[in-house]
Ligand binder design. Structure first.
Ligand code: SF4
Length: 231
């Protein structure tokens, strides 16, 4: 077992002795000290009731294709690639965790308790102490903002910028309406509409609500998303 401070100090030494670049050492130390340790202490600080939080009243049961890691049933390239990663390696990059899998679950209102259990059992690093704060707090905002200052989700444009999936996808990240409407783009507006009061009160998300109010086709998008069964 390594003490986190030993790992941090070893990385710092490597930088000072010119054996590792600053950007890599900074990223490593930030992840160990600024995130892993933060999660560890919050786990003890929040206590055993924390995983039961569901402040956004998310009640959708995890679909079977998600629970069974049936990536082949998924059309959306970004989502499919992330599920394949979990199925084949029990691991995905943290952007895929937060901004693909987590964002999808948040937009579709998946139950945070089921989602936490899924992350804890499907991932090779899904330790019991690490997933509640990451999933309930960071990813699903189910604690009402105890851990993070806003819900993290995005439309397809963000995924398009951060990955190379959209070019090969049957959906179009710029479209919110129609057969090829991106489920993340349309889902983003459906989520914003569902939680407009909460988002309008938060200065970090207020602008999303005003942008939504300017959409001429919002009602049609919401109707479309409430019936969506293809992702
Ligand atoms: S178009 Fe939408 S669903 Fe397809 S890869 Fe891009 S973000 Fe994902």
């Amino acid at each position: 077992m390594l003490h986190p401070l030993d790992a941090v100090e070893a990385a710092e030494r490597a930088y000072r002795e010119n054996r590792a670049p600053l950007a890599a050492v900074e990223g490593f130390i930030r992840q160990i000290l600024g995130w892993r340790e933060y999660m560890w202490h919050l786990y003890w600080h929040f206590g055993p009731e924390y995983p039961a939080n569901n402040q956004l009243s998310a009640r959708t049961t995890l679909p079977s294709w998600w629970a069974d890691l049936d990536a082949d049933a998924v059309t959306a390239r970004c989502l499919r690639d992330a599920l394949e990663g979990v199925r084949d390696r029990g691991w995905t990059h943290h952007i895929q965790r937060l901004m693909v899998l987590g964002s999808h679950a948040l937009q579709r209102g998946y139950r945070p308790d089921q989602l936490t259990e899924w992350f804890a059992t499907a991932y090779v690093d899904g330790f019991r102490w690490v997933m509640p704060t990451n999933v309930i707090g960071m990813s699903q905002h189910a604690d009402g903002g105890l851990l993070a200052t806003k819900p993290y989700t995005s439309a397809g444009a963000y995924i398009n910028k951060m990955s190379d999936h959209c070019g090969d996808c049957d959906f179009d990240p710029k479209k919110r309406l129609g057969e090829d409407a991106c489920p993340f783009t349309a889902g983003y507006w459906a989520f914003t509409h569902r939680h407009r009061n909460l988002l309008a009160r938060n200065h970090r998300t207020r602008r999303a609500v005003s942008s939504m109010d300017r959409l001429g086709d919002l009602e049609a998008v919401i109707e479309q998303e409430s019936a969506r069964d293809r992702f």
